[in-house]
Design a protein around this ligand. Structure first.
Ligand code: HEM
Length: 477
């Protein structure tokens, strides 16, 4: 009898516990966790082998709505293609959610990179980064560098150009200049070669025993870190004798850090990650803008008219000024539309720091991985009319390109909240200047059909080869 009542009390206790856990956890957004361990990872990978930019999300949004639960890369994950939920996730960084990137990324970037920093240190370093890529710095310094480096690179173009490679060269040189004041030389070229190996490592299985690419990337990371450490050491010596440069490295050396300044390791991690963030993204957007324009001759013609007008005012060999950039109105429509359709950063990873209640009473449990899909929103016909088409005119006469009634949080190619991309304006300027010099100096044809690949990152499959012809006073030579 005693045993029976003990078992009965245990049963009720268990029931109570389960009920309170269920109440605490609330309802998970609908979805499927797929198979044990692998979840829906294989479905994700095979879906992206098609040409549809968002097959995995399309399918699930149709079944469950814009916020759904899945299981990817070993973890249950809540996916959001909903603007309101994305805004909640982005704006509550450090309060309800924190950034949480896969192991492959943190091993290669280094633990002191901005993307992985948290708390007050992140806040300080984010604003330090902003102070080196804000409008005033771009207007007074960086715009000149961007224009100079774009022209320098284009001077050496012959008739066949692999556009993806050329844009990478330009953006890499620019980021190196911004970070540590080096102009292109043999050293920067060698650094870039190692860098490309590091980048390849981001998109493979992060296990050295299984992946040669990952092993090679880790080794290349070591070499890049060593090269950057030497630069930091030299610079410390220069500072001691009173030589001060005006670049990001100088600002890092000048910061207090966690008491007594940042260590070399911290500075190297920070610079290494900034090089990744600034170079791969912007070069891809340059290539894709040209691809989309080539496929839309009316947009290209209108863009060309705008830039010929600027060239006529400024003169062919004069450096572009801030007011020229500000006069590039249709160019900004092209930039927005390229960012929207290409979605270089398709979304951001976070982890719930506590149980978070979202729309329709669903709960994201504490510890759950969250993916706020920026592309999911940008590609949704409910938010953008005929969303899968490249149509730069949709942005004309509208600040956000969405029409007066739409909410403002639909278009977020640079993320949002405390982690919003500090290079957003710089990326726009780089793309605008690149387009200016391209359309006023060259005509071109795509040499081969090249398609956009959306997984694991957005890129062109064949580095977008084009045949170019130099123009003389706006017409072919
Ligand atoms: C088309 C070009 C670019 C796109 C689409 C892009 C997009 C983004 C996005 C979506 C994030 C947010 C990541 C998150 O919330 O977890 C981000 C962060 C970041 N971006 Fe960019 N970016 C671009 C260019 C640049 C450039 C040129 C720089 C260099 C100055 C840069 C530096 C960074 C850094 C350092 C972060 C981390 C910010 C933080 O965690 O506080 N990006 N970028």
């Amino acid at each position: 009898m005693l045993l029976f009542s003990l078992l009965l009390s245990l049963f009720f206790l268990l029931l109570l516990l389960l009920r309170s856990t269920a109440r605490r956890q609330g309802r998970l957004p609908p979805g499927s966790l797929g198979l044990p361990f692998i979840g829906e990872t294989l479905q994700l990978i095979s879906a992206y082998k098609t040409e549809n930019p968002e097959p995995f999300i399309d399918d699930r949004v149709a079944r469950y709505g814009p916020v759904f639960t899945t299981h990817l890369f070993g973890e249950p994950t809540v996916f959001s293609a909903d603007p309101e939920t994305n805004r909640l996730i982005l704006q509550n960084e450090g309060r309800l959610f924190e950034s949480s990137y896969p192991g492959s990324i943190s091993n290669l970037l280094g633990r002191h990179s901005l993307l992985l920093m948290r708390g007050s240190l992140h806040k300080r370093m984010h604003s330090l980064t902003m102070s080196f890529a804000n409008n005033a710095i771009i207007r007074d310094h960086l715009l000149l560098d961007v224009d100079r480096l774009v022209r320098l690179n284009m001077e050496s173009w012959s008739d066949r150009v692999l556009l993806m490679e050329e844009s990478k060269k330009i953006t890499f040189q620019l980021t190196v200049k911004q970070l540590m004041s080096f102009d292109p030389c043999e050293w920067t070229e060698n650094l870039m070669k190692e860098y490309m190996l590091v980048i390849e490592g981001f998109f493979t299985i992060p296990l050295p025993i299984f992946s040669t690419t990952y092993r090679r990337a880790i080794k290349a990371r070591g070499k890049v870190a060593e090269a950057l450490s030497l630069v930091v050491r030299d610079r410390r010596r220069e500072v001691e004798v009173g030589e001060i440069k005006n670049d990001m490295l100088a600002a890092l050396l000048d910061e207090e850090g966690g008491g007594g300044g940042f260590s070399d390791e911290e500075i190297v991690d920070f610079m290494l990650a900034l090089l990744v963030a600034g170079y791969e993204t912007t070069s891809t957007i340059m290539t894709l803008a040209v691809k989309f324009l080539t496929e839309h001759p009316l947009a290209l013609a209108q863009l060309k008219d705008e830039h010929e007008e600027i060239k006529a005012k400024r003169g062919e060999n004069e450096a572009l000024q801030w007011e020229d950039y500000k006069a590039m109105c249709f160019t900004q429509c092209v930039v927005n539309e390229t960012l929207r359709v290409a979605n270089i950063i398709s979304g951001v990873f976070r982890r719930a720091m506590t149980d978070v209640t979202i729309k329709e009473g669903y709960t994201i449990p504490k510890g759950y991985k969250v993916f706020a899909s920026l592309r999911g929103v940008h590609m949704d016909h409910h938010h953008f009319k005929d969303a899968r088409a490249f149509n730069p005119w949709r942005w004309q006469g509208q600040q956000n390109g969405l029409g007066a009634t739409s909410a403002t949080n639909m278009f977020n190619p640079f993320g949002g909240g405390p982690r919003r991309c500090p290079g957003a304006e710089l990326a726009r300027v780089e793309l605008s200047v690149f387009l200016h010099r391209l359309v006023t100096q060259f005509s071109w044809e795509a040499t081969e059909q090249d398609k956009v690949v959306f997984f694991p990152t957005t890129r062109t499959q064949k580095r977008y080869p084009i045949t170019i012809r130099r123009l003389k006073r706006g017409v072919e030579e």
